[in-house]
Design a protein around this ligand. Structure first.
Ligand SMILES: C[S@@+](CC[C@H](N)C(=O)[O-])C[C@H]1O[C@@H](n2cnc3c(N)ncnc32)[C@H](O)[C@@H]1O
Length: 314
């Protein structure tokens, strides 16, 4: 039987991959090989609820050792600050999944919570604003080249699915939606961590973007049906990575975009969960594109994929 990669059409040709994709890939691969192998195994077992108290000690030991290793590599200049932040969030995410398991005793959950509070402070990056992750700065120069022509146009309507702490949203508003009456709808479920929404609100406020951002709290699948068809100029899909969610987001967003408008997907090449656990935007984006063939122009495809919708632009 063909593997998932063999079934992928030529769009996912690594030769198309850019240096920014290389930088991001390096950051995503920041976990050590041994920890990553365990991580994938635990992740699958946690998802299947095939997990008990006896597994916790091994996870905690490995997590603490991996964290110390990441910090040592960061101090030695081996990984960037963003790489350290990314690795820490992967470890934290794993520990939080353990806490959600029914089979784990309440005292053990308390112990893990203490470990998280002591070792994984939320503010990880030294950049201004309340940010724990930087998913976006790698793309800024590239986006300026491809979408910079939007700056200054009045009345542009844009959507972002998945705003996290507002980093990409603020950049979009400050660099693309600079014209009068332009606005960005941020669709975000705010379920990543307790203070996420508070940090988002803070970040857009200090960046001076509040007036141009409309925050819609909720999952895209619930929110998008309420938006008007063919009335958006720019849509950035960076929400759920579950393959069916990405496909659904793609189909729903395509209906919302005007002819001539732009749709951008993030994480097309994301290798951390390559087609595992239904997590990977790549196959969903490929399926969507093959269904739409002839009705779009491909602007670029590497870590991200950008399309311009065909038809008459206003
Ligand atoms: C990678 S982060 C987005 C990063 C952000 N675009 C940036 O570059 O700063 C993905 C975000 O999508 C959100 N999310 C996941 N599934 C979602 C859904 N179905 N609808 C809305 N938001 C979702 C998560 O809560 C998370 O904050």
């Amino acid at each position: 039987m063909a593997t998932a990669d063999e079934r992928r059409p030529p769009l996912r040709d690594s030769a198309k991959s850019s240096s920014r994709a290389g930088q991001i890939r390096q950051r995503v691969a920041v976990l050590s090989d041994s920890f990553r192998a365990l991580y994938l195994e635990w992740f699958a077992r946690l998802g299947a609820q095939d997990f008990d108290e006896g597994d916790v000690a091994a996870i905690l030991d490995a997590a603490v050792a991996e964290l110390a290793g990441l910090q040592a590599r960061y101090r030695g200049g081996g990984i960037t600050e963003a790489g350290l932040a990314y690795g820490r969030e992967q470890i934290r995410d794993l520990l939080e999944r353990v806490i959600r398991q029914h089979a784990v005793a309440a005292t053990t959950k308390r112990q893990i919570r203490h470990l998280i509070t002591d070792s994984f402070q939320r503010r990880l990056l030294s950049s201004p604003g309340r940010y724990t992750q930087d998913w976006f700065s790698y793309h800024e120069a590239h986006w300026s080249r491809h979408f910079g022509h939007l700056a200054g146009r009045s009345g542009l309507q844009a959507i972002e699915i998945g705003s996290f702490e507002g980093r990409s949203a603020c950049w979009i508003v400050q660099h693309l939606l600079t014209g009068e009456n332009s606005r960005l709808i941020c669709v975000e479920s705010f379920e990543q961590y307790e203070d996420q929404e508070w940090n988002f609100d803070h970040n857009i406020r200090v960046a001076g973007c509040t007036d141009k951002i409309v925050k819609l709290r909720g999952r895209s699948q619930q929110v998008l049906p309420f938006l008007a068809g063919e009335s958006f100029d720019f849509v950035y899909v960076d929400g759920s990575h579950l393959v069916l969610d990405v496909l659904q987001d793609a189909a729903m967003c395509w209906r919302l975009i005007r002819p001539g408008g732009t749709l951008v997907f993030d994480d097309y090449e994301h290798p951390l969960f390559p087609d595992s656990f239904g997590m990977s935007p790549g196959p969903a984006i490929d399926a969507f594109l093959s269904m739409l063939s002839g009705s779009y122009e491909l602007m670029f495809a590497d870590w991200q994929v950008a399309l311009r919708k065909g038809g008459r632009a206003d």
